[in-house]
Ligand binder design. Structure first.
Ligand code: GCB
Length: 594
């Protein structure tokens, strides 16, 4: 190919540049950039955005974000991106379900829109918050790259302040959902790989110094009455913050030194529990900034092989759930979360495992209100690149983003650091680091992981267990493993020194497919698996919870038999979220007896 003589930009250079993405990595948004959203006013940027798929990363190669969005009739040289004529896509949504031909698309997508900014408030700081974008996002404002983010299920913040123009501003987001071996999760997992900005996107306007983060919880001493509040401001200033809890007729000053403050005080509290999910309206003020939240106070701990909630023994009558919908994909509306919780309550649950990645933040808010306990987790799932430090940093950051976002939610009692990872040295050091970090970051919750078992000796055996508060046990006796003899041996051979939760157990059944217990995929088989499982585990006193896999059938392209048809059918309810299978009543009966 001959290049035209030109003293301007070489129009062909990008064809040969294989480092085209290097300028769009740093700065990378991290947990440390997060801002508490408690009670804050925001400007929503949800709605129709212009959208273009980009399988070959031409947008980064050709800098689409820097091209003026004029119509084709005004172009002087050809381009490959016509922003002014691009189709639109609703935000939040997943592109996978927008058009049949996009279902399995894995690559880049370009979102763009303008928004108006009036510079009426000198000194104001403006942040863009994206609730989640799967998996990597790059943010550009007015043609300039600002930051990137990794991790498909946690929120991130980009400060726009110094880059805003009075009047119209043009925002581009490049979102890339490719599955890759070094990502978290890596390229192999058992759910649908939706693409896009699938949670809210909004602007937050704040004073120059603002409350960046705060935690308010029951301190884990033995009094059940010591409240601890920790405040972090956006800069190293000193002063006084004020915490108010009107229902307790309480107002405390918190001395802030170099942007940090901490207070402990005693209060006569109405403790939060699933039976009585009492929440207090709390307000924190610093200068012109105010945050408000509804917060419950509770104590969760392990004692030997038992779990104690507010000092009383706790059995987790659980169920697992994915964030999945056949129409909306990974988009979780508040109505959808409410339906999950109502169905879980009908089942008799007091707990849910939010598998296998951080769910929408309103999941924990609603659980606080409705009185449900949550296991939240990061997608350190199956064969992560445990020897890759960059992968570790990604997992660590996702964990910290999840913990920072939900640290004031009483419902969240377990931080899950992984699921079914083979017990290698690399995995041990990787996950031990995560578990130790979670413990140090948050001493008010338990740390857990869904572990594997020793298959030769049939016993619970995982070196990671020493670093966990609760050992999750995923076991599929009666389904992936024939019969229940292995389970009986496993229970007889194990004597764990800490609580064990059956973190997954189940079998596939196609709703409406009936037959005998010996026929796979029938409702009778699924019910029979649960009956046998319950019989085997119900008297084991170190098992403190049971989490059937799972509430609803969900999309998983790995599942390709004519019965599965792209759906994992281990739900107690079909993917229509209405049709109940026989196993539902088996679990409900068990939970009623507890
Ligand atoms: C598991 C995984 C879960 C799968 C499930 C299954 O052990 O943790 O993500 O979906 O088994 O259905 O096989």
């Amino acid at each position: 190919m001959t290049h035209p003589a030109s003293n301007t930009i070489d129009p062909f250079a990008h064809l040969h540049d294989e480092n085209y993405d290097a300028p769009y990595v740093h700065p990378r948004c991290k947990a440390r950039d997060m801002v508490t959203m408690a009670g804050r006013q925001t400007i929503s940027l949800n709605g129709q955005w212009r959208f273009t798929l980009d399988l070959f990363d031409e947008g980064l190669r050709q800098k689409w974000f820097a091209q003026s969005p004029i119509p084709i009739s005004e172009w002087r040289v050809p381009r490959d991106y016509d922003e002014s004529g691009a189709q639109t896509l609703s935000v939040p949504s997943v592109w996978s379900l927008a058009k049949p031909e996009w279902t399995y698309f894995e690559g880049g997508g370009w979102y763009s829109r303008t928004f108006h900014y009036s510079a009426d408030h000198p000194g104001e700081r403006v942040f863009l918050r994206i609730g989640a974008a799967n998996y990597e996002a790059r943010i550009f404002l007015n043609g300039e790259f600002l930051a990137s983010h990794q991790g498909g299920s946690t929120p991130f913040f980009v400060e726009l302040t110094d880059h805003l123009l009075p009047g119209d501003n043009r925002l581009h987001l490049n979102v890339d959902n490719r599955r890759r071996p070094e990502r978290v999760p890596m390229h192999h997992f058992d759910w649908f790989n939706d693409g896009g900005i699938y949670r809210d996107i909004e602007l937050v306007c704040l004073p120059r110094i603002f409350i960046k983060d705060f935690s308010l919880s029951l301190a884990p001493d033995d009094t059940f009455s010591t409240v601890e509040c920790i405040v972090t401001l956006s800069g190293p200033v000193s002063g006084t913050a004020v915490l108010s809890i009107p229902e307790l007729s309480l107002q405390h000053e918190i001395t802030i030194v170099e942007g940090q403050g901490k207070i402990r005080f005693s209060a006569s509290l109405h403790l939060w529990s699933p039976k009585d999910p009492h929440l207090y309206d709390c307000t924190l003020d610093f200068g012109p900034d105010t945050v408000t939240d509804r917060i419950g106070f509770r104590d969760i701990r392990r004692s030997g092989t038992s779990l104690l909630l507010n000092g009383k023994p706790l059995y987790l009558r659980g169920v697992c759930v994915h964030e999945d919908d056949v129409v909306l994909g990974k988009v979780s509306t508040i109505e959808d979360v409410r339906r999950r919780y109502q169905d879980a309550k009908r089942l008799g649950c007091n707990a849910l495992r939010l598998a296998h990645y951080p769910h929408h933040e309103h999941a924990a808010k609603l659980a606080d209100e409705m009185g449900l306990l949550l296991w939240e987790e990061v997608p350190v799932y199956w064969a992560i690149q445990f020897d890759n430090e960059a992968t570790y940093q990604d997992a660590h950051n996702q964990l910290e983003e999840m913990m920072t976002r939900d640290r004031n939610r009483a419902s969240v009692i377990i931080w899950g650091v992984g699921n079914e990872n083979a017990d290698t040295d690399e995995r041990y050091f990787f996950m031990k680091r995560l578990a130790d970090h979670a413990k140090a970051f948050d001493p008010t919750r338990l740390v857990g992981a869904a572990c594997l078992i020793n298959r030769e000796q049939f016993r619970i055996e995982d070196r990671l267990a020493d670093h966990l508060d609760v050992i999750g046990l995923n076991e599929y006796f009666g389904w992936y493993e024939e019969g229940f003899e292995g389970l009986r041996q496993l229970l007889a051979n194990s004597s764990p020194d800490r609580p064990v939760l059956i973190s997954e157990v189940g079998a596939d059944a196609l709703a409406g497919h009936h037959g005998s217990e010996s026929e796979l995929f029938t409702e009778e088989r699924q019910a029979w698996v649960f009956e046998n499982q319950i019989e085997a585990i119900r008297k084991i006193n170190w098992i403190c919870g049971f989490f059937p896999w799972l509430l609803y059938d969900f999309r998983s392209p790995r599942r390709q038999t004519t019965i599965q048809n792209g759906i994992n059918r281990k739900g107690l309810i079909a993917e229509d979220k209405t049709t109940q299978k026989l196993a539902f009543d088996v679990i409900a009966r068990f939970y009623r007896q507890l």
